[in-house]
Design a protein around this ligand. Structure first.
Ligand code: SF4
Length: 486
């Protein structure tokens, strides 16, 4: 889970990248970075630091980042441990390439070993670094200097041959003697990317970012989602140059709509807010079918709000804030013991007793991965005097880990896998385990009807859009186990 942006313009891009990254902050808070290239490609500049954008990249650092083409990145680690050395964008000195991405390279270890055999050493555990090294190595083999778009296509063919997994990549380098922003994606287009334009003539500027909110804040017009079947070469003052790449079945991640993307973004030609409303309406139908009786609908803030609103509207129930979220509290998983964790959750979510006490609460959340947080939220509701707690989840049970960029535990940690596969039995036994009166998931078919179109929904249905070898799975799982997450 990361956010990226690339901009090419006739003026310095770093200040605008800084703004775009703040719009993408929800996609990663561990570290932030901006890197730029001077107009003649003779000098590169970078600033990467741990923390959120505003603190990680202060104004004095921003002033040092020169150049009309550059990249920005906010990171939540899916491989590696979130150290500064893993912060993007990355730089390769020969021939001078910047690269940043969102995704998860599933054959990271294989790539690292293959690069080592060519005496190319990695400086990080970040999975875009081997992709960049493969690209740069192939580019240098095509020609030592003065690279062209044709050379870049040769290098991209090599990347496509060697690299597996999900990736939406932005890359800055000199091609045909011009500062160029290169955009390409994995053959399935799993992770989101959107292209925007602003201005005309010599002032024409281009942006590619993870989500449309980055375009909105900078006044860029949304054009399209880069096709996984082509590479885009973007230059200031010129129309994009498009070159074909092999393509597989389009499989954009459905979880972006359920949980990850900002509700004011548009992904796959569909507003994320609209998606969540549709999920809430579909969930309401199942609540009716199951005859769950409640007095008030309460969302777990913030993601579940749109679905809870649609669900309450459909059921004719009042929608209330049952918790006030403290936006300034830290992440809970660094807390060492159970008592501290409960306190951390209280710090993050404080229940509104006036809306809860004596009522049958229909609590809406986006998904259940490990189930630990919802158990604690239920405890908070009981303490605040809830008469009953009924859980409603606007996604199907998460039964399979994600190998494509959303860090959602290992197979044995997934809550829903502890119960029988039949949905009614699963709901009954899971409700008992969570100590709530009832639990209602959105069935897979209902989600498919609410969000039609091609997609990856592998964490729900197990149909991964790409082969993930057993050895790659084990190395991803080992990496996740080694990380300090709860
Ligand atoms: S497995 Fe789930 S979270 Fe991962 S890309 Fe597919 S839909 Fe998204």
């Amino acid at each position: 889970m990361c956010g990226f942006v690339g901009i090419v313009s006739s003026t310095a891009v770093a200040p605008e990248i800084h703004i775009a990254l703040q719009a993408l902050q929800h996609r990663g808070q561990d570290c932030a970075g901006i890197a730029t290239m001077r107009h003649d490609g003779q000098e590169f500049f970078a600033h990467r630091q741990l923390g959120q954008v505003a603190q990680a990249i202060p104004a004095d650092a921003l002033a040092t980042l020169e150049g009309p083409v550059g990249l920005g990145h906010v990171r939540y680690p899916t491989i590696g441990r979130g150290l500064l050395r893993d912060a993007q964008p990355f730089f390769f000195r020969q021939p001078g390439v910047l690269m940043a991405h969102n995704g998860n390279i599933t054959n990271y270890s294989e790539l690292r070993d293959s690069l080592l055999q060519r005496s190319i050493h990695l400086l990080s555990q970040c999975d875009v670094e081997p992709v960049m090294c493969e690209f740069a190595d192939a580019l240098n083999l095509a020609r030592r200097a003065d690279h062209s778009i044709d050379d870049a296509m040769v290098a991209l063919a090599e990347v496509r041959k060697r690299v597996r997994g999900s990736y939406s990549i932005v890359c800055a380098l000199m091609l045909d003697g011009k500062p160029t922003l290169l955009v390409f994606r994995d053959p399935n287009g799993i992770r989101p990317a959107v292209l925007g334009r602003r201005g005309s003539g010599a002032e024409l500027a281009w942006i590619c970012a993870s989500e449309t909110v980055a375009l909105d804040v900078l006044g860029f017009e949304r054009l399209e989602e880069p096709n996984p079947g082509e590479a885009l070469f973007l230059r200031a003052g010129a129309e994009p140059i498009r070159r074909a790449l092999p393509q597989a079945e389009r499989s954009p991640c459905v979880f972006e709509h359920i949980y990850f993307a900002r509700p004011d973004s548009t992904i796959d030609e569909r507003g994320v807010y609209q998606s969540r409303l549709a999920l809430g309406r579909a969930l309401a139908q199942r609540i009716v079918d199951k005859r769950v009786a409640a007095d008030v609908v309460v969302p777990v803030p913030d993601t579940a709000r749109p679905a809870a609103a649609a669900l309450a509207e459909t059921l004719g129930l009042p929608l209330r804030e049952g918790f006030i979220k403290n936006r300034y509290s830290g992440r809970t998983f660094i807390m060492p013991d159970a008592l501290t964790r409960i306190s951390a959750l209280r710090l993050k979510l404080n229940p509104l007793r006036s809306e809860i006490a004596g009522r049958r609460v229909l609590l809406v959340d986006d998904s259940i991965v490990r189930g630990t947080t919802l158990g604690r939220v239920n405890a908070l509701l009981r303490e605040a005097g809830a008469a009953e707690v009924h859980l409603a989840i606007h996604a199907p049970p998460v039964l399979h880990p994600c190998y494509f960029g959303i860090d959602m535990s290992t197979e044995e940690e997934l809550f829903a896998r502890r119960f029988p596969a039949d949905l009614d039995t699963l709901e009954r036994e899971a409700a008992a385990a969570l100590e709530v009166e009832s639990l209602t998931y959105l069935p897979l078919e209902a989600m498919n009807a609410a969000l039609p179109g091609p997609r990856c929904a592998a964490c729900f249905d197990g149909k991964y859009p790409q082969r993930v070898d057993a050895v790659d799975r084990s190395s991803i799982v080992a990496d996740r186990r080694g990380r300090d997450v709860a």
